[in-house]
Structures are given as C-alpha cells and as structure tokens.
Ligand binder design. Structure first.
Ligand code: PLP
Length: 248
C-alpha cells in the first residue's frame, strides 16, 4: 500500500521527527533543507534557492552532480545488473577497476579488496594488519599507532584511531580499543625532521614496538608522502615488522 503524498513542509516535519541525521542531536535536530535537484556544483532547494556545494557532498561527488560520463555508466550498469554479491562471483567492472588500481599504485601493492565506504575500508585494513601479525605468530601485536588530529571514520575500530579529543572517544569510553597516539607531526614539508617529532617517534616505538600491528595515517592531510617524517616512519616500522597503513 502506498503512502499518501506529503507537502514539502509536512515532509520536513516528518524528517525532523523521525530521521536522525549525521552529527546532530536526535531530540533537538538541526534544520534540514529539501533538495530537489543537483547539477554540477549546484544544489537546488524546494523553495528555488541554489547553493554551491563547496564540499562535494562530503567529498563523494568530486566531479560534480549529474556528471554525464558517470550517469551514463551508472544507467548502463543498472540495465545489466545493479549489484551481485562478491562471494564466489565476479564481474567486468570490478576487474577493470582493480586493473586500474594495480596499475597506478606502487610495485607490491597488487591485491585489491573492495569496501563500500571509507570507514569500512579502515576496518578492513585494521583487520588485515592484525591478521598478518597473527599469521606470523605475533599475537601480542594487535594495537595501532595513530596520529593526533586524524579522522578515519565512525565505525568502532576507525573511531578508535581518530583523534581522542575530537573523535568522540569520551562518549564511548570503555568500549573503544585503546590505541597509541603520536602527536601530529610539526616538521614542515621537505625539511629535516625536527627534534620534537623525532623524540615522540623514538619514545613511542621504544615503549610500544612489541605490541604494535600497524600505523595508520592520512598522508594527504597530515603529512605529504614526500615528508621526511613519513620516510622515517616507514623505515622505523619496516625494521620492526609494523605495517604502514597510509591512505587518502
Ligand atoms: C581520511 C578519511 N578517512 C575515513 C573517512 C570515512 O569515510 P566514510 O565517511 O566513507 O565512512 C573519511 C571521511 O570523511 C576521511 O576523510
């Protein structure tokens, strides 16, 4: 049985009473605006106003809304099949994407695991790192090193490596795995690592190397790959069988 159509105002009212939007209070919801269309960088609201979406829907629409190539590919795919499980089955679009990823990533990164969101990919990467240590018989290596000021997503393991102050650790105290945090690096790009970063790195690895499975960081925001800090981290970790999980 279909539901009666609501006016825009009544729909918004329903939304405020029944839909919990990300990063808002359920009992005291922030206002929301009804979108009727989005094209290029513009979002059109039900009252006719147009917004420029400066954050590309949380970076998920970086090529703009209704990009003709993406729309065509999605429509073509829908006419063949919208989705099939990946257990025991495969398909050409997945293989084509994996071939491209293997082609553009450095030598040695030649296996692809698909996940459906940033948070889930962080969960998967953490599981892989721990599984790797277990396979080597190093059961005590199950904690992660992360950098302060980082953001890695909102699922549980991802949250545990987010910044402890801005990352909602307080709310989930006692539930989140206790990870090890390095201060956010202060060494400027392409400069020799400063004393402060070096000391923090040395102290952290000296104290925790025996229990660390991997280090996670966002190189684009927290330190470019060319940064000496990253090079040093990679060196220290390879000496101690710690996996380097960098992603963008
Ligand atoms: C660096 C980084 N990691 C992980 C995530 C989580 O991704 P998602 O929102 O797709 O779960 C984000 C999202 O903004 C991110 O910026």
């Amino acid at each position: 049985m279909s539901l009666p159509t609501l006016s825009t105002d009544a729909s918004i009212q329903f939304d405020q009473e029944h839909i919990w939007h990300p990063y808002t209070s359920m009992i005291n919801p922030s206002p929301v605006y009804m979108v009727t269309e989005a094209k290029g960088v513009y979002i059109t609201l039900a009252d006719g106003r147009q917004l420029i979406d400066g954050m590309a829907s949380w970076w998920s629409v970086i090529h703009g809304y209704q990009h003709p190539r993406l729309n065509d590919a999605a429509k073509k795919q829908l006419d063949q099949f919208s989705h099939v499980m990946f257990g025991g089955l495969t398909h050409q679009p997945a293989i084509d994407l994996a071939r491209r990823l293997v082609d553009i990533t450095p030598e040695g990164l030649d296996r692809v695991f698909f996940a459906d969101s940033g948070s889930v990919s962080v969960e998967v990467a953490i599981k892989m790192a721990i599984q790797y240590q277990q396979a080597k018989g190093q059961l005590e290596k199950h904690r992660l090193i992360s950098l302060r000021c980082g953001y890695h997503g909102d699922t549980f393991a991802a949250m545990s490596v987010c910044d402890p102050v801005t990352g909602m650790h307080q709310l989930f105290q006692g539930t989140l795995k206790q990870q090890i945090f390095l201060p956010a690096p202060v060494t400027p790009w392409q400069e020799a690592i400063c004393e402060e970063d070096l000391t923090a790195l040395e102290n952290t690895f000296t104290a925790h190397h025996h229990e660390v499975a991997a280090l996670i960081l966002e190189p684009v925001v927290q330190a470019p790959v060319e940064c000496v800090f990253i090079q040093l981290i990679t060196y220290v970790m390879s000496a101690d069988s710690v996996i380097n999980m960098m992603y963008c």
